[in-house]
Design a binder for this molecule. Structure first.
Ligand code: GLV
Ligand code: MG
Length: 303
């Protein structure tokens, strides 16, 4: 059974903070990004680019290191692209593109990335795009955005999204419509769906509540703003050993019942419930997530 890499945690590091970049070197997270956008004040953007340029010589533990550039409509994007072409494009895995509104934004940025890849001698198409959906327009167009070349994940941006709607309190919107639409668009395109940040970094219960909702919906992971949120994030987005074992046993049971020695059945009764091809797919999704996070089956189905 194949399983891809985990994308449970996406850690945001302000590109203007040498101290945070230094701390982030050892963070055990699935993805980490150095921010040039809203986490960096306008007057600090130039210095942040220099810091990020020198960060390349350091070695991050995170298996995927990315840069969040400024929005395409901003005055800063050209300098951000120059930074990538000058060398940063050599060592990053992806770019987080904020405030994507239309599939044409992806096309424009993808062309810029092709130039970056050529200038740093990288295979064209090897830098992927994590698209942030954080406006009404972006949400309306997210299906086309999810299917565009290079896009490997949709990331929800709750703060900008609520600002764009004119929402005044998360409790009122609860963002479930946006989350569901993003999830469906991502799954239809076969890419990852990542929930955005919880801004109240001192309120871990708020982070956990929000993570539990998006994890139960089917999201792959969530943005993390503070080291205290990492463990909760991984615990919530990784199936428990018990759930993983249940999924693994169901997959083995289904394989047995569908085989000729097991009766070649399309549907069978397993532990008092009917299982069929759809049950297999649900179990496989849990299995793949756990396996990507390093879980191994601790028990097996016995016919
Ligand atoms: C993240 O970028 C957000 O706007 O919530
Ligand atoms: Mg945002």
């Amino acid at each position: 059974m194949s399983h891809s890499r985990s994308q449970r945690s996406v850690f945001a590091v302000p590109g203007s903070s040498e101290k945070m970049i230094g701390k982030a070197l050892d963070f055990q997270v699935d993805q980490l990004f150095l921010d040039l956008e809203d986490g960096v004040a306008p007057d600090a953007k130039a210095a942040a680019r220099e810091l990020i340029n020198s960060a390349g010589q350091k070695k991050f533990t995170a298996p995927l290191v990315s840069i969040r550039v400024n929005a395409l409509e901003s005055a800063w994007i050209d300098a951000d692209i120059d930074l990538l072409a000058a060398g940063v494009g050599r060592w990053i895995g992806s770019v987080i593109l904020p405030k994507v509104r239309h599939v044409d934004d992806i096309k424009v940025f993808s062309d810029a990335l092709t130039k970056v890849e050529k200038s740093v001698n990288r295979e064209v198409g090897s830098i992927t795009i994590d698209a942030q959906i954080e406006s009404a327009q972006g949400l309306v167009n997210c299906e086309a955005i999810a299917s565009a070349n290079r896009v490997t994940s949709l990331n929800f941006g709750p703060a900008d999204f609520m600002a764009d709607l004119g929402a005044t309190a998360e409790e009122v919107t609860s963002n479930e419509y946006a989350l569901m639409k993003i999830l469906v668009a991502a799954r239809a395109a076969g890419i990852a769906a990542i929930d955005g940040p919880t801004l109240e970094v001192r309120d871990i219960s708020k982070f956990e509540k929000s993570s539990r909702i998006s994890a139960a919906m089917g999201f792959d992971g969530k943005w993390v703003l503070h080291p205290d949120q990492i463990d909760s994030c991984h615990a919530i987005f990784t199936p428990t050993q018990e759930r993983f074992d249940e999924a693994s046993c169901l997959l083995e049971a289904y394989e047995h019942f569908t085989s000729s020695s097991g009766g070649a059945k399309g549907a069978a009764i397993y532990k008092g419930a009917m299982i069929d091809e759809a049950s297999r797919k649900m179990a496989l999704s849990v299995y793949n997530r756990g396996a990507a996070a390093g879980l191994r089956a601790s028990r097996h189905f016995i016919a």
